[in-house]
Design a protein around this ligand. Structure first.
Ligand code: GAL
Length: 844
């Protein structure tokens, strides 16, 4: 008996291995991707592997799977994989094979966007800057040197995936690959050569023989058999360029990216869910959240100009890897509802009928009797009650109801059944290393970075040089240095009046030092124009200009040629007489990068650290170092850089990216509660106006040891590092949810086989996200017409006196609870009104 069981288990395991390695045949037809002869409804999400750590990947992938995703989409980041020509890096955060295998292990598919142009708010759009120096090269056009490099790298990635048997055609998870990226948005700027390049890209990709389909996004004329796909906030209006291709959406922007100096964009989940639902309603079969987890632009990987270090994106999983609620949960419910419709959706094309102005029903009905319906109210103002197949349905403005059996509503995009979970950053002061005998306050040591030229490889050149051509992006920093001799009689020394130094730069940050003193600075995306009053002395004066890039451009036609740095003019003007001397064509001395970069101060190991007090603060160009113990607990860690100016930081030698808490979000266009109804755009819903764009910077837990960690900062503009602190991100200590009598019952109460609803009343479901927590108290409960939002709920005119006791009884002491939202449970405190139950609960 036991032996028989063993054999059974062994043969089951063997079967699993065989199944795992079995090649899948991926094709497509007008309706969907077809895997092993079966059309598929696929829900995908972007996770860019270098924007998190290999230690975070399994959890991110699991949370994606739990959120109802079938596919993980990622770009391949050429400049990360080939930082120097023919020197490859597939280690650590760039271990693409490991990432793809982890996705496979979780049972999900992969969409590999090889590009190799990525865009993605990534430095130089993902191109290695050394490409730019290949003689005769022109990017993204019909140019032999470029095409040769693009083909070599694309083939390299395809070969690597093939070697590891990662294409579905070999039994792996990759079901689709992308070549180029949104080239159709810019190709007209490249003329006829653009068209031939696009066709060449297509045939080059096909020649690599991956055994799975290729796509091009935003390329209306993508040649067969390449599938042209859509990117945008909505893609329901999109039609592929052939009747034989399925309607696919490769980037559904779940929020938007943050820039330094910008307010923080967010996208309400009701609108995101609406966009997804209407896409499937209108025959879409594959959509991808860009991003599902945005993550962090570590090191100098952020694109530009001025992309922030956080790439949170308001994605369903936040920068730190925690699910963002109710976004994640509401989308999970949406995915379940769509999947309940899968058979009907895939078997046929919809029958579309109007139910009134702005009201549309799409019905997918098969000959075998399955039926699924989507009812849409695309009006932005008024809710509607519609009659469909003899039944009446309430459709809020800008919402879609999904009826997997053409009768019962499983989901409405505007009616959220997932609780909001609080998140807080708990502050912890930097705890100095326990072993250190240093006193508190003296735990910082420093090294001053020389102002102006200090390195042996500095060089002279007449005129002002463009920065990227000069630094090759090896560093953010380029010194432009000049000595000017002022004779006693020059007008610049006129009594009581200063000279004015005029500087024009094309980005992104400039600091001007006169005779070793910081006298002015400025920053801008494309153009900086500074007029700095300065004091000159008779005789020799030094003008040291430090130009700093904050991410190279990543988007637009010819973005690779945009350039950066002090391209001039630079002149000295007399404030009094108005006369000026142009310094632009003088013999300037240049230094690429800083001395401390060459000696690798970021690693912390140098014998030059000075620990004498007082610690110099609020002075430009100082390297600081301290040691610290890991913040307690296991929650994700951030450093709050408030108190510092701008720079780059390293933890145990790993660069956590650029910090810039003094970059303030412009005070323009923010709203506390953004109306989700109506078309979304990148600046529709903004928050954080007037505050620093980013104060908190993610430090992955796996980079921190229990004790004896090193933190190094390179402070450019001047700040006080003793002000910085750690914060750990905690989630789920309080839950809030409002469910009305008109909500559908939670989709998880549907049984997928019979598609029969076992409960028709709406139900409020609460669950503490931390598995060891239980609901300890109910802070608020009201069945009636409660007002306010989470944290500020109050009773409305109508309130059932039983509210609190019913909810307490059902919930306190358990990790999760269900409360039926009905007058049967609460009595009827106000007849003829649609009532809601609002609850705020605490977990611990
Ligand atoms: C798209 C591009 C993506 C990303 C996105 C904005 O145009 O394809 O790579 O840049 O915009 O986040």
């Amino acid at each position: 008996m036991v032996r028989g069981r063993k054999i059974e288990i062994v043969s089951f395991l063997l079967l699993q291995i065989v199944v795992a390695a079995t090649a899948a045949n991926v094709t497509y037809d007008h309706r969907a991707l077809v895997i092993d002869g079966k059309r598929k409804i696929l829900i995908s999400g972007s996770i860019h592997y270098p924007r998190s750590t290999p230690e975070m990947w399994p959890d991110l992938i699991q949370k994606s799977k739990d959120g109802g995703l079938d596919v993980i989409e990622t770009y391949v980041f050429w400049n990360g994989h080939e930082p120097e020509k023919n020197k490859y890096n597939f280690e650590g955060r760039y271990d693409l094979v490991k990432f793809v295998k982890l996705v496979s292990k979780a049972g999900l598919y992969v969409h590999l966007r090889i590009g190799p142009y990525a865009c993605a708010e990534w430095d130089y759009g993902g191109f290695p800057v050394w490409l730019h120096f290949i003689p005769g090269i022109k990017f993204r056009t019909d140019n032999e040197p470029f095409k040769a490099e693009m083909q070599r790298f694309t083939a390299k990635i395809v070969d690597l995936m093939k070697q590891e048997k990662l294409y579905a055609s070999q039994g792996g998870p990759i079901i689709l690959s992308q070549i180029e990226n949104e080239y159709g948005n810019v190709d007209s700027s490249y003329g006829a050569a653009g068209k031939s390049y696009m066709k060449w890209s297509a045939s080059m990709a096909l020649s690599l023989d991956t055994g799975v389909p290729w796509n091009m996004c935003q390329q209306g004329d993508a040649p067969d058999p390449i599938i042209n796909t859509c990117n945008g906030f909505y893609c329901d209006q999109f039609t592929p360029n052939s009747n034989n291709k399925p309607k696919m959406w490769t980037e559904n922007w779940s929020g938007w990216f943050l820039g330094f100096g910008d307010p923080t964009p967010y996208r309400p989940v009701e609108d995101l869910a609406f966009a997804v639902a209407i896409f499937y309603q209108r025959s879409g079969t594959f959509q991808n959240y860009y991003m599902y987890h945005g993550g962090t632009n570590f090191e100098r990987t952020s694109g530009g100009p001025l992309i922030s270090t956080s790439y949170d994106y308001d994605a369903p999983i936040d920068e730190y890897g925690l699910v963002r609620q109710p976004k994640w949960g509401h989308l999970r419910d949406l995915h379940k509802a769509i999947k309940l419709c899968e058979d009907a959706l895939l078997a046929t094309d919809p029958t579309v009928t109007s139910l009134g102005s702005n009201l549309v029903a799409s019905v997918y009905k098969t000959s075998s009797g399955s039926c699924a319906a989507f009812l849409a109210n695309i009006g932005t103002e008024s809710d509607a009650n519609v009659t469909f197949s003899g039944n009446s349905y309430h459709l809020p403005a800008w919402s879609i109801s999904i009826l997997p059996d053409c009768k019962n509503v499983a989901f409405n995009t505007a009616k959220i059944n997932a609780a909001t979970e609080s998140t807080t950053f708990a502050r912890q002061a930097i705890k100095p290393n326990a072993d250190s005998s240093e006193e508190l306050g003296s735990q910082w040591s420093y090294i001053k970075e020389p102002i102006g030229i200090s390195k042996a490889d500095a060089f002279l050149k007449p005129g002002l040089l463009e920065q990227i051509n000069t630094t090759a992006d090896k560093s953010d920093y380029l010194w432009y240095s000049l000595r000017v001799d002022i004779k006693g009689d020059e007008t610049f020394l006129d009594e009581g009046s200063k000279a004015v130094l005029h500087i024009q730069s094309i980005g992104q940050v400039v600091y001007a030092f006169i005779n070793g003193k910081l006298t002015g600075s400025g920053n801008g995306k494309q153009k900086i124009s500074l007029d700095i009053p300065i004091n000159l002395v008779t005789g020799k004066n030094t003008i040291d200009l430090l130009s700093v890039t904050v991410g190279l451009a990543n988007y637009g036609a010819f973005f690779d040629l945009v350039g950066a740095g002090i391209t001039g003019p630079v002149s000295l003007k007399s404030a009094k007489s108005g006369s000026s001397i142009d310094l632009s064509s003088q013999q300037w001395t240049y230094q690429v990068g800083l001395k401390g970069e060459d000696t690798d101060l970021g690693s912390g190991d140098s014998s030059e650290w000075v620990s004498k007090s007082p610690l110099p603060t609020m002075q430009p160009l100082i390297w600081y170092k301290t040691t610290f113990d890991a913040p307690s607990g296991s929650d994700p860690v951030a450093i709050d850089f408030t108190g510092t100016g701008k720079g780059i930081a390293w933890v145990n030698g790993q660069s956590i990216g650029r910090y810039w808490p003094t970059s303030i979000a412009r005070n323009d266009g923010c709203t506390d509660s953004c109306n989700y109804r109506g078309s979304y755009s990148a600046n529709k819903c903004l928050k954080n106006c007037g505050n620093p764009s980013q104060t908190l910077y993610h430090v992955p837990r796996s980079w921190i040891k229990p004790s004896g960690n090193t933190l190094v900062l390179l402070e450019e503009m001047g700040g006080d590092p003793t002000k910085i602190s750690f914060a750990t991100k905690q989630t789920g200590s309080s839950l809030c949810l409002t469910v009305s009598q008109s909500h559908p019952a939670p989709v998880e109460l549907w049984t997928s086989d019979s598609k029969i609803l076992n409960k028709t009343s709406p139900v409020l479901l609460l669950k503490c996200p931390v598995s060891t927590h239980v609901i300890t108290s109910i802070e608020f409960a009201s069945f009636g017409t409660p007002k306010g939002t989470c944290g500020s709920f109050s009773h409305g005119r109508c309130n059932s006196p039983r509210s609190l006791s019913v909810v307490r009884k059902a919930c306190v002491g358990s990790r999760s609870c269900k409360v039926e939202v009905s007058t049967r449970v609460f009595g009827d405190p106000c007849r003829d009104l649609v009532k809601s139950l609002a609850v705020e609960a605490s977990c611990s």
